[in-house]
Design a protein around this ligand. Structure first.
Ligand SMILES: Nc1nc2c(ncn2[C@@H]2O[C@H](COP(=O)(O)OP(=O)(O)OP(=O)(O)O)[C@@H](O)[C@H]2O)c(=O)[nH]1
Length: 311
């Protein structure tokens, strides 16, 4: 059986992994490669799976992080992909709080080791998050540094949000943490995809198998609105978001607007785009110490007040 390449997409919550994955998948399909994707998401529902072409084999690992609880399942899913499809390459998009080496460990399990080759670990780094990382809890700061340290390629993303001067100094910092990794600055993960495909496979020794950080145990909360809500009340709500909510994503509908929007929020920055899909009005929140009851109450109130406000 031919050896199947595995690429691991790592990077903290909202750093641009799915944005890059979409571009890579397009390119790989154009080249006629047989590609499969494994997506690991923190929430009980998957928002990002729509980014994968419908005809591409996709496995989802929901409601947990590979490095904490889902390692065995990842192994099984890769095995299934290998036995069910004739593949050239598998892309694994990890959750933002996964340690890339722990994902690598799983892929190098005795069951898989002879069938796959780890081609690359690609880490997406949100430039703003990096500059403001001291605001995060210490384990998260360490995790982001680990994601940088173990990467073959670091995509320094979101450089549209920082100055040229900051970009230069971040690039220097990254090189000091990971002297052998390639650093590419990018906006919306726009990089030459050939850089990814042509990365040289590193020999990965036992010494890299470390359990470097304590598990982070991020919490998630999933909320479904039954009706469209007021855009104004929703914007007001976003302005009250605590620093400990790192990521929100999902689908949302507003009163008076027929479209469904794909909604994204990372580090205080909301972003929404029209989605052609008719999805449930569901949002996934990811953060530290999420107060489920408070969030639920606030969001239910927004829905109730939206109906009274009517816009
Ligand atoms: N301003 C700006 N926004 C970006 C850039 N790249 C991605 N984004 C936006 O950042 C948000 C998160 O991007 P994703 O690609 O979903 O990030 P992710 O790492 O897959 O997110 P998780 O899977 O939740 O960890 C989206 O709203 C993107 O459109 C960039 O270079 N600049």
């Amino acid at each position: 059986m031919p050896i199947v390449e595995i690429n691991i997409l790592s990077g903290f919550l909202g750093s641009g992994k799915t944005t890059l994955l979409q571009k890579i998948l397009e390119k790989e399909q154009r080249k006629g490669k047989n590609v499969a994707v494994v997506m690991n998401e923190m929430g009980q529902i998957s928002i990002d799976s729509d980014s994968v072409p419908k005809d591409m084999p996709l496995k989802e690992l929901l409601n947990g992080c590979v490095c904490c609880t889902l390692s065995d399942k990842l192994e099984v899913q890769i095995s299934e992909l290998l036995s069910q499809y004739d593949l050239d390459v598998i892309y694994i998009e990890t959750t933002g709080v996964a340690h890339p080496v722990e994902v690598l460990d799983t892929c190098l399990s005795p069951l898989l080791a002879k069938k796959v080759r780890i081609h690359s670990i690609i880490t997406l780094l949100d430039a703003v998050c990096w500059m403001e990382r001291k605001k995060l809890k210490i384990p998260l700061q360490k995790l982001i540094a680990e994601q940088v340290k173990h990467a073959d390629l670091i995509v320094l993303n979101k450089i549209d949000c920082i100055s040229k001067k900051s970009q230069k100094s971040i690039e220097e910092e990254l090189r000091s943490i990971n002297p052998t990794g390639k650093v590419i600055p990018a906006e919306f993960a726009n990089i030459d995809i050939n850089t990814v495909i042509s990365l040289q496979t590193k020999e990965r020794g036992e010494y890299e198998k470390v359990h470097a950080i304590q598990h982070l145990h991020m919490k998630t909360y999933v909320h479904t609105f039954l009706h469209p809500i007021s855009e104004k009340l929703f914007e007001e709500f976003l302005r009250t978001m605590p620093d400990t909510i790192y990521r929100i994503k999902g689908y949302i509908r507003f009163i008076g607007i027929p479209d469904t929007f794909l909604f994204q929020y990372a580090y205080g920055m909301p972003f929404q785009t029209k989605s052609g899909l008719k999805m449930k009005n569901t949002l996934v929140f990811i953060g530290d110490n999420l107060d489920h009851n408070k969030l639920q109450k606030t969001l239910c109130n927004i829905e109730k007040n939206s109906m009274q406000l009517g816009h």
